[in-house]
Design a protein around this ligand. Sequence first.
Ligand SMILES: [Zn+2]
Ligand SMILES: [Zn+2]
Ligand SMILES: [Zn+2]
Length: 275
Amino acid sequence: MVKRFALITLQMNVALMNCPPLKITFLGTGTSTGVPMIACACEVCTSSNAKDKRLRSSILVESSSTSVVVDTTPDFRYQMLRSDIKKLDAVLFTHPHKDHIAGLDDVKAFNFFSGKAMEVYANNLTEEALKREFAYVFADKKYPGIPEINLNTIDLAPFLIGDIPVTPILVWHLKMPVFGFRFGSFTYITDANRIDEAEKEKIKGSQVMILNALRHKEHLAHFSLSEAIELVHELKVPAAYFTHISHQLGLHDQVVNGLPTGIGLAYDQLQLLIG
Ligand SMILES: [Zn+2]
Ligand SMILES: [Zn+2]
Ligand SMILES: [Zn+2]
């Protein structure tokens, strides 16, 4: 009983803890196919605007001492090279779909320079998929040169990575539970089409939120553009950017022109300073 009380106190402390100033970098803002999509000749996929080129969705969250990536996409290696990331302390996973986990093998480069296993934070569902899809990483007999990872199982309890407090938010991706994350006054949610009322409370008070908005037309597992706008207004978050974007959403510059005040489309390599 005493032990449990101590744990609850710790979790509350993390939730209330001051978050240091953060720099957010969008490593990718595309849906699972990326934009351009292979073999597509549409006006978005053939656009010469750099903002219409979207790797798979992921962000880097940095304080002055801690760097965390949310998801390791199939583009993870190139994303690390393109943003010149020299140090990575942890990987935080949202859910086990391939476009969010496929790049995990490439954390081995960070193992090599840090001399340490990579700290990986995932819920039970994602952990099962990692063990299945990267079985060689967890095998008893490991061959040389494979990534070393240290799995930390997370649930909805707030926790700390270095000096960055993290509060998981449960969202729904059709029937799959996905974790969004709140870091201080910044909230990142990808791959959702529904959020329960109680979990919405965790988002309220954010200064900036990121939300997935796939396309104009409704989709079974993702918010459409109008659904995402409606949710930002409902939660009264003053600034929002949309991510996980399909070529079907249209040209970046044209879509941005039609958005309400305070709402923008994220694009690859956009950086935000929080706090
Ligand atoms: Zn996805
Ligand atoms: Zn296209
Ligand atoms: Zn997904």
